[in-house]
Design a protein around this ligand. Structure first.
Ligand code: PLP
Length: 461
């Protein structure tokens, strides 16, 4: 495909970026020796940079977001039409696309009937945390304020969500944090913490042990990613979720599932939790809600939770006293309505499953050839390949060499990801989250690039 802006000189943009933009999660000293990358255009699975270089994007916009791919005219048109008619109104009033999208999305989440609009995954999680705390005060006399989170899970970048961060280095230097957030062990069987046969059950029981240690009457909620994303693409072992659900019911603990990454078809179902047959009390989701065409995040909850707030009119503090200014933007739900329609009309849940299976089995096949791959995990178009220096000891491959694999794929024109540097020792998992429109050719190209890159890097080990 031709790069449509190839005649334009973008050097002024590059310099403006270098001079004024503070990039996310980035050590700017790297730009002493190279230009910043500016992504100028995208179409389908492809993006082009300022030099007209074409890349196959295997990470949906860097951080698992652009689920329906780039250049969707129907989303752009819907947003344009909507914002010309009515771009924004917030506070206690609703909007037409806000009501429509809430009806559409809750039809995909049996049991979760109420939706709260905001702008980012962090913010959606904060909303759930605030509701959980308010319930603790209104229903349990100030007890049950503790929120459990899991090692290696991530829930956002605010002080509140960093208080619930299972990737310790992300939080380093940003404290002090909010009290009453308590960590539970992770469930990654490849990095075993217990030598048992039924690992899923044991990992779930470890949560119960924390609850009993803390006192069940102090614990209000458990917040988990259905499949841990940046902490290593961790698919839970079988038996895990059934036990987690049972534990929550036994101790009257609300289950908050963070679907910021897994939501909107990433795992082959609308939501990750739907693969495991569980019934959460809160679901938060963001990235794929409008595939990055507009900023929108939502928190979904049950009628039971909703009624705890609605049925307290005599208490002046009894309703949810929260607002999100840009939760009143109509661009988000207008884009999200089209996003859902595209996923349905193009059969992208089924494609996520089918192409995800091809990607995962392709990565598994690469294990025969490349001892650097220690473990392959994933669900739907959401896969990880954990790299090790030594398969026997499972010693993680160094950050430098993992970076070299990512860089070599980039040189081949394929953008892949890796777990972030915030998880020391475990920043060694290659991440793949292509748009749900990926076809066999795209998957094979990703696999070829990884194959070539691993061959080169193996020579350096
Ligand atoms: N939850 C999970 C699982 C995430 O991966 C992220 C971001 O990567 C967040 C929450 C935070 O979302 P946001 O960056 O939109 O605030």
């Amino acid at each position: 495909m031709e790069f449509p802006m190839h005649d334009n000189d973008l050097s002024a943009i590059v310099e403006a970026d270098r001079a004024h933009v503070w990039h996310h999660m980035f050590q700017h000293a790297a730009l002493d020796t190279r230009d910043p990358r500016i992504i100028v255009e995208g179409k389908g699975m492809l993006v082009w940079d300022q030099n007209g270089r074409e890349f196959l994007d295997a990470v949906s916009g860097g951080v698992w977001t652009v689920n329906v791919g780039y250049g969707r005219e129907r989303i752009a048109n819907a947003v344009r039409d909507q914002i010309l008619k009515m771009n924004y109104f917030a506070g206690s009033a609703g909007t037409v696309p806000g009501a429509r999208f809430a009806e559409i999305l809750t039809s995909k989440t049996p049991g979760l009937t109420r939706m709260y609009y905001c702008n980012s995954g962090s913010e959606a999680n904060e909303k759930a945390f605030k509701m959980i705390r308010q319930i603790a005060h209104q229903r349990y006399g100030g007890r049950k304020t503790k929120i459990l989170f899991r090692e290696r899970d991530y829930h956002g970048t605010t002080i509140g969500t960093l208080s619930a961060c299972g990737q310790k280095q992300r939080a380093e230097h940003y404290g002090p944090f909010a009290p009453d957030f308590v960590e539970v062990p992770h469930c990654l069987e490849y990095r075993k913490q217990w030598d048992v046969e039924n690992y899923g059950l044991r990992a779930a029981e470890a949560i119960e042990e924390v609850i009993l240690r803390e006192g069940p009457d102090t614990v209000g909620a458990l917040c988990l990613e259905p499949v841990t994303a940046g902490g290593g693409v961790i698919t839970p072992p079988s038996g895990y979720w059934e036990k987690v659900q049972e534990i929550c019911r036994t101790y009257d603990i609300l289950l908050h599932i963070d679907e910021v990454v897994c939501g909107m078809g990433r795992t082959g179902e609308w939501f990750g939790y739907q693969n495991f047959g569980i019934e959460p009390d809160f679901v938060t989701t963001a990235k794929g809600v409008a595939s990055g065409y507009a900023a929108i995040a939502v928190m979904l909850t049950t009628e039971e939770v909703f009624s705890m707030f609605r049925d307290a009119p005599e208490d002046p503090l009894g309703y949810f006293r929260d607002i999100s200014t840009f939760g009143g933007c109509t661009a988000g739900p207008a884009a999200a309505i089209e996003n859902v329609a595209i996923i349905e009309e193009e059969g992208l849940l089924a494609n996520s499953k089918a192409m995800g299976a091809r990607l995962k089995s392709g990565l598994e096949a690469l294990m025969d050839k490349h001892p650097l791959i220690g473990d392959v995990r994933g669900l739907g178009l959401y896969a990880g390949a954990e790299l090790v220096a030594d398969r026997a000891t499972r010693e993680p491959l160094s950050e430098k060499l993992v970076g070299a694999v990512v860089a070599d794929c980039d040189r081949q024109g394929v953008i892949i990801g890796a777990t972030n540097r915030s998880v020391p020792g475990f920043n060694n998992t290659l991440c793949f989250s292509p748009a749900l429109i990926a076809d066999e050719g795209d998957i094979d190209r990703i696999l070829d690039a990884v194959d070539t890159a691993l061959e080169k890097v193996a020579a350096e080990v």
